[in-house]
Design a protein around this ligand. Sequence first.
Ligand code: 26Q
Length: 835
Amino acid sequence: MPHRNFKKSKPSSTICTLPDLGMEKRHLMDDFKRYYGHRLGRDENCKSLHYAYEALSLAISDRLIERWKKTYNAYKEQDCKRANYLSMEFLMGRTLSNAMINLGLTDIAAKAMYDLGLEMEELIDSEYDAGLGNGGLGRLAACFIDSCATLQLPVTGYGLRYEYGMFSQLIINGEQVEKPDHWLRNGNIWEIERFEYKQAIKFGGHTETHIDERGQKRVCWIDTHDVLAVPYDTPIPGFQNGTVNTLRLWKAMATEEFNLQEFNEGDYAEAVAAKNSAENITMVLYPNDASENGKVLRLKQQYLLASASLQDVLSIWIGRHGNDFTEFAAKNCFQLNDTHPSIAVAELMRLLMDIHGLDWDHAWSITQKTMAYTNHTLLPEALERWSVNLFKQLLPRLMEIIFEINAHFLAEVSAHWPGDKDRLTRMSLIEEGSEQQVRMAYLAIVGSYSVNGVAELHSKLLQQGLFHDFYELWPQKFNNKTNGVTPRRWLASCNPELAALITKSIGDGWLTDLSLLKNLAPFADDKAFRDRWQQIKLSAKQKLVDLKKQEHDIDLSVNALFDVQVKRIHEYKRQLLNVLHVIHLYDRIKRGDTANWTNRCVLIGGKAAPGYYMAKKIIKFINNVGSVINHDPDVGDRLKLIFLPNYRVSAMEIICPGADLSEQISTAGKEASGTGNMKFMMNGALTIGTLDGANIEIREEVGNENFFLFGLTEEQVEASRNHYDPASIIEQDEDLKRVMNLLEWSHFNQFEPGIFDALIGSMKSPHDPWLTIADFRSFVDAQKLVEAAYQDTEHWTRMSILNCAASGKFSTDRTITEYNNEIWKLTPVKVDDNC
Ligand code: 26Q
C-alpha cells in the first residue's frame, strides 16, 4: 500500500490538537480498562499478565506522546542547536517503571492497578528487557539519553533496531549456552514506526567522475544495491520536566523497486533472497564487546547507522534552511560512541559534496566542526580496523574519500614534522602490511573536533600512549569525560526503600542534583538512621535471596557478606582472581583455619562472547568451583560461590541494591572506566578495587579509609612486563601454592580431565598480560580487611552510608553537563509541562 505523503496533503491542525490526558488515578484506570478490553480484546479469563502490562504501558505511553509533541514543537520554535548521539548500542532494559517515575506517576499508577486487583511489581516484571547492547558502552548510551532529557537538552539518540538483541545465557552443565533473544516477539508498545522518514542506503556499485555545469568535479556512486533504513522512534522522557526526546532506531528493509525488478525478470526466489539479505542487516546485535574484525555484515550495520542518521539530520536541515549550509556546524553536532559509527566522518563528506554540491574544503570544515569522538578502550587489539579491499567492494565511494582525507592529513603531518617518515607510517589512516587496513580510530580523531576518554586515568593514557602522536599534533582536541549512571534508574527506581529514606532525610533534590547526597554524610553518625539503612540493605539482600531460591532453588543467608562481581566475562576483568580467592577461603575452611570467620556469599555473573574460548572456560570454572564448594558439608554457610545466569539490566536492578561488596578488580590500566562500580557505590556497597578506570575517582570521592585498595598500579603493571615470574611468586606464597595445587590436581574437574589446563597455563605464563598471580597476595590481604570491617556492623554501615553520600559525582547528569559545556554547547529548552 502506498504510504500517505504528508508533504502533499497535510492533516489540519484540528486533528492534531488533542485534549490533555488526565494524570489522576481514575484517568489511568479508565484508560487501562479501555486498552485492556477494547484494543487488546482481553477479559477476566485472560491468565497472562503480559496484556495488563501492555494496557498500562499504552496508557503511560499516551502521556509520553503528548509531551513528545510539545518538546518537538519547542525545539522547532527555538531553532536551537542539536546534538545527535550515534551509537551501535542502546542497552535500554525495561521502560515502564522508568517512564512512570519520570512522569511522576509511580504511586498513582500503583494505586490504580491495586484497585483493579493487580500487583504493580508483577506488571513491571513481565516486561522484556530491550537488550540492544553488550554492556558498559551500550548502557552508558541509555543513561546519557536519560540525562539529556532531564537536562532539557535537544539531543537525539540514533541507533539500530536489532531484531535479536544480546543473547539469553543458559547454564547447562556449568557451561554457557546461548539462546537467541527475540525481544520483539510480543511486540513493543513503546516504539512508533515512521516509514515516512525512511532513507535509502547504498552498497556496492562503482563511482564515476564528471564535470558539472559549474565546471566542478562531481562524483556519482552508481549501480548500487540500495537498502531502506526505516526509523522506529521511542520517547525518552526527562525527569518530571515535560521534555520528551527521541531515540530513533533504524531497521533495514528491502526497497520495493529492488524486488520488483527481479520479480519482473521472473526470478522470484532470487528476489526473496535479495530481500532477506537486505533485511538481515539489522537482524542481530554482534555479541562481542571487543571488536570482532572483518565481518562484512558488521560494516554494513555501521554504515547503515551512519548514513541513515546523517541523511535524516541533513533532510531536517534542508527542510528548514534549503541548501544553505553556512550555519549547519553552528546548529548541529554528532557524538560518536566509540569508532563503531565513525564511518560517519567520510559519509558526511560524501553527502555534503556528492549530494549537496559543496566543495572539499567547505565540507571538511563542516565535518571537523560537527564530529566528536569518545573512546572506550585502551586494549590495542580492540581497535577497529577494516580491510581496504572489503571497504572498496562494499563502499567504494567512502574508500575514495578516506584516501583523500588521509592525503590531506598526511600533508599536515609532514608540514608539522618535516622528514619524519616513521611518524607518517604510524599516523596514517591506512595501515600497511600484507593487507592494507583502515584504522577507524584515526579516522575518528582526524575528523573530529573533540576526542575524549571516559575516566581521568583512561584519558591520560590515551594521550600518553595509544593516541600520543595525535595528542602532540592537536592537544586541544583531547579531553576527559568521566562516565556516570542515571540516578533515576540506578537508585530511585531500583532501590525505592533507600530512595525514600534518602528523601526523608535530605529532601528530593538529589534526584536531579546528585551532589546533594553529600548531605547524607552526617547521618552516618546517627544510630537510628544506620539501623534503618541496615534494614533496607537486608531487605534488598532478601529479595536477591528469594529470587535465587525461586529461579534456581539455591538457599543463601542474608547474614553473609554479599560479595558481587557482575560484568562481561573477560580475562582483563579478572574473574579468575576472584575465584582464586574463593578457593583460598575454601582451602582455609578445609584446613580448619576459621577463627573469627566472616560468612561470605560470592556472586559472579556475566556473559562471554560466544567465540571467546577463555571467557567460556572461565564460566565453566566458576560453576565447577561453586558446585564443589556449595555441596561440601564442611563448608556450610561459611562460603558460597554462585554463578548468576543471564546477567542483564533488569538483573542488575535487583543485584546492586543487595550487594555489600563490589568487586572492581581489573588489571590496572585496562578497564577504561567501569560503570557497575558506580551503581554499587550509589546503593551503598563498598568497593574492593585496583587503581583502574573510575575506581580511582571513586576512591578519591569516598576517601581511602572507605575503599579497599589492592594491586599493582598501571606503572607497575607496565614496568613488570619483561620480568614477570609467576612461578617464583607461587613458590614463595604458601596459600597461593595450595590454591594452584588444588587446580593442578583437578580438584574441581575430577571427572573432566584437563578442561582447565588453558586457564592454569595462562595464569602461570610469564607472558600473562593480566598479571593475575602478581596481585593475588595483595587481593587476599585486602579481603581480610573487608572481613574485619564487615564484622563491625556499625562501622560497615557507616562506610556504606558514606559511599552513597560520596557517589554524587557519578551521575550522568554531571557527565552530560560536561559534554554540553565543553563539547556540544547546547542551550537547554524549557517545555511547558501543563499537560
Ligand atoms: C566492535 C566491532 C565488532 C563487533 C563488536 C564490537 C564492539 C562492541 C561493543 C566493541 C566494543 C564494545 C563495547 C565496549 C564497552 O562496553 N566498553 C566499556 O565501555 C564502558 C563505558 O564507557 C566503560 O565503562 C568500560 O570500561 C568499557 O570496557
